[in-house]
Design a protein around this ligand. Structure first.
Ligand code: PMP
Length: 394
């Protein structure tokens, strides 16, 4: 019956992780991961998350069916956290992580404006963006994002490509800590980006999966607020996976600001209908954890403090890698790693060099040169730096 279905090619991230799993060498390193790892190479259970879990268990909280749009309290907390206390709460839905928010938003957009519109993605972008929007029927186009060296932001290229899009196109913007490159527009670039969106009648779909890992929570929210304040038509997808280290819980939110009551009712009804047919209601446990943390001043402060520690650790790792690479004879050739943000970096390594890192040194990265900085630790950083210098030398 299903013999006619071709197996889709796994994307490069999945392939790299499969190669790592199959590598028998004990000193192997996985730079292809998409999670924050702590100094012991483990995904952390954050203190506030642990405490919230304890309260759930101690409280004997039951798990009835909830509403299709998920927890209203959670959505209000997340909106306040991103857009500021006291600002209007946008129409929203709790979703299955950031991926779920993108999928729901893509479907709502296709229902609202029809699938003929163009969806523009940065070149490169997170490999799941294009399939998510293509599944909703959209035509995908790229906009320039990186300079010729492939390691810094191409402001003029991006602005020119956005200005050339047909009116009504959807522009997917990474809020920060761009995946896969770690290259972000500077704060002073954002007003120009927003002005192009406004002047050309473009729709912003802002995707935030790494809030708190860039320059700090409130600084990381600044571009999102800027887009919202500009009045540009906007969808916003928020993932709690990294910021709360809750990957497997599938906690996220789709928010759509600037809607009058009638439009908000229509969006909510369509979002609920989407949820009903896809998964009925979003998962409760991760949502309850985030709700408890954000609803308790002390827990919230502790969560933010721990997130800050994680952010600082990544910055320290970046600087340690850059200086170790310099000591290995690379000079400032890898200096961009210290200027990029978030979990990932576009290393600038070629496909051939990445292949050699895997074959000769058991270091697995994404073939396009993306490396996960948070996968480094005291135990493997020296090995990674030596091997990188070696494949760049010969
Ligand atoms: N957007 C981007 C840019 C991402 O990198 C990711 C996760 N890798 C997501 C969205 C999806 O996040 P989640 O795991 O919460 O679905």
């Amino acid at each position: 019956l299903f013999g006619t279905l071709d197996a889709p090619e796994p994307d490069e991230i999945l392939r790299s992780n499969q190669a790592f799993a199959a590598d028998p060498r004990a000193h192997k390193v996985n730079l292809g991961i998409g999670m924050y790892y702590d100094a012991n190479g483990r995904v952390p259970l954050m203190r506030a998350v642990s405490e919230a879990q304890r309260r759930i268990v101690d409280g004997g909280v039951p798990w009835p069916y909830g509403p299709a749009l998920g927890s209203e309290t959670l959505r209000a907390h997340l909106a306040a956290l991103v857009f500021g206390e006291g600002t209007p709460v946008p129409v929203s839905a709790q979703t299955l992580g950031g991926t779920g928010a993108l999928g729901m938003g893509a479907t709502l957009l296709a229902e609202a404006i029809g699938p003929d519109a163009v969806v523009a993605l940065s070149t490169p972008s997170w490999p799941n963006h294009a399939p998510i929007f293509a599944r909703a029927g959209f035509t995908i186009r790229g906009y320039r994002y990186l300079d010729d060296a492939g390691t810094a932001f191409d402001r003029e290229g991006m602005l020119a490509d956005l200005a050339a899009l047909p009116r009504g196109s959807v522009v997917v913007l990474h809020a920060g800590c761009h995946n896969p490159t770690g290259v972000d527009p500077a704060p002073e670039d954002w007003p120009a980006i927003v002005e192009i969106l406004r002047a050309h009648g473009l729709i912003a779909f802002v995707d935030a999966a790494y809030l708190g890992f860039g320059a700090g929570w409130s600084q990381d929210c600044a571009p999102i607020r800027l887009v919202r304040d500009s009045g540009v038509a906007m969808l916003f997808s928020l993932s709690c996976s990294k910021s709360f280290s809750l990957y497997g819980e599938r906690t996220g939110c789709l928010m759509i600001p600037h809607q009058d009551d009638a439009a908000a009712r229509g969006i909510a009804a369509h979002a609920a209908a989407y949820a009903r047919t896809q998964y009925s209601i979003p998962p409760g446990h991760g949502a309850r954890i985030v709700e408890i943390i954000l609803g308790d001043e002390a827990l919230r402060a502790d969560w933010l403090a721990e997130l800050e520690t994680m952010r600082g650790r990544i910055i320290d790792l970046r600087h340690a890698l850059v200086s170790t690479l310099a000591a290995e004879g690379m000079g400032d050739r890898m200096g961009h790693l210290g200027r990029q943000h978030g979990l990932f970096s576009q290393s600038g390594l070629t496909r051939a060099q990445v292949a050699r890192l895997a074959a000769e040194h058991a270091i697995h990265a994404i073939p396009d040169g993306r490396i996960c900085i948070a996968a480094l630790n005291e135990g493997n950083l020296g090995h990674v730096a030596r091997a990188t210098a070696e494949v760049c030398r010969h």
